[in-house]
Design a protein around this ligand. Structure first.
Ligand code: SAM
Length: 288
């Protein structure tokens, strides 16, 4: 008997009867931590899949698209990033990509749920790919909202790889949190945030950009195609007090990417530049 996983997609239209369905070939882990429901299962098309509170977080077969675009766009735009802070990111994919950059000397990953970290290590080892043993990395189990309020560290890049604005992730979409993130960023730092799938969650990206715009001199979203984030392109929030970071010349990005010396599967300097070109309806939504 075939069993299916229906993703309870967090969308403005969910009550109009849309869901994304994965055949469950094998359940590898299912439990409830003090914060979230955590599930890992196997699917023929996507490999091993991590779901939290009914929402797909990441899959073995398409995670590279999201993790590369969340990490290499800010770090290569910055050009001199040494300290990186990840809020969330419990599966380790963001930290794996951040530590590919030889100039990144320190990467702190602050996730609220050690069950996600431990389960990802055990059942999704390709995501962290050993990065949790990298001496430049450090995993801190804490609420990201609390951490950014208390830390005295200054980071060049902050990457908010959170769940959706529900449950423990909700605080990571507030003005207060963004303000506290800015306080722990070095001058000219860049922050990127998981900002939902515009077609399914049309209110999320304009709300996030408006909130970021009150705190940073430059804010927008850029786009990535991640198949399991259903309903089209995924928006990634972008903010910095240095507007020049958003407009680095292609030749400069090519030079920096070459110097970083690693191979990517999704990121290219050309895609980096193109990712900031938004469809007309999204530009209109941001102007409102
Ligand atoms: N890439 C996925 C996406 O775009 O939805 C997110 C993946 S990652 C697994 C999301 C992480 O956010 C989870 O590990 C969860 O524990 C963490 N998280 C949720 N709320 C948090 C909070 N308040 N502070 C720190 N981490 C949090």
């Amino acid at each position: 008997m075939t069993t299916w996983y229906d993703e309870v997609l967090y969308t403005k239209w969910y009550d109009k009867g849309y869901a994304q369905r994965f055949q469950i070939d094998r359940v590898l882990f299912e439990d409830k931590s003090e914060h979230q429901d955590v599930l890992v299962f196997e699917n023929a098309m996507y490999g091993r899949v991590l779901a939290i509170d009914g929402i797909i977080q990441t899959t073995e077969h398409d995670e590279f698209a999201y993790h590369e675009m969340m990490v290499h766009v800010p770090i290569l735009a910055h050009g001199n990033a040494s300290k990186v802070l990840i809020i969330g990111g419990g599966d380790g994919g963001i930290m794996r990509e951040a530590l590919r950059h030889p100039n990144v000397s320190l990467c702190h990953m602050v996730d609220i749920d050690d069950m996600v970290v431990e389960i990802s290590k055990k059942y999704l080892p390709s995501l962290s790919d050993g990065v949790f043993d990298n001496p430049r990395g450090k995993v801190i189990i804490d609420d990201g909202c609390k951490f950014v309020k208390e830390t005295t560290e200054k980071y060049d890049v902050v990457i908010v790889d959170s769940t959706d604005p529900l449950g423990p992730g909700a605080v990571l979409f507030t003005e207060e949190f963004y303000n506290d993130c800015r306080s722990c960023m070095s001058p000219g730092g860049i922050m990127v945030t998981q900002s939902g799938v515009p077609f399914a969650q049309p209110d999320e990206f304009p709300t996030t950009v408006a909130r970021l715009g009150k705190i940073f001199k430059d804010s927008t979203v850029y786009l990535a195609s991640v198949p399991t984030y259903a309903c089209g392109l995924m928006a990634l929030g972008w903010s910095s007090d240095d507007a020049k970071h958003r407009d680095v010349a292609l030749a400069t990005l090519e030079e920096r990417f070459k110097k970083a010396g690693f191979k990517s599967r999704y990121y290219t300097p050309a895609i980096h530049k193109a990712a900031f070109a938004l469809p007309a309806w999204m530009n209109d939504a941001l102007k409102k």
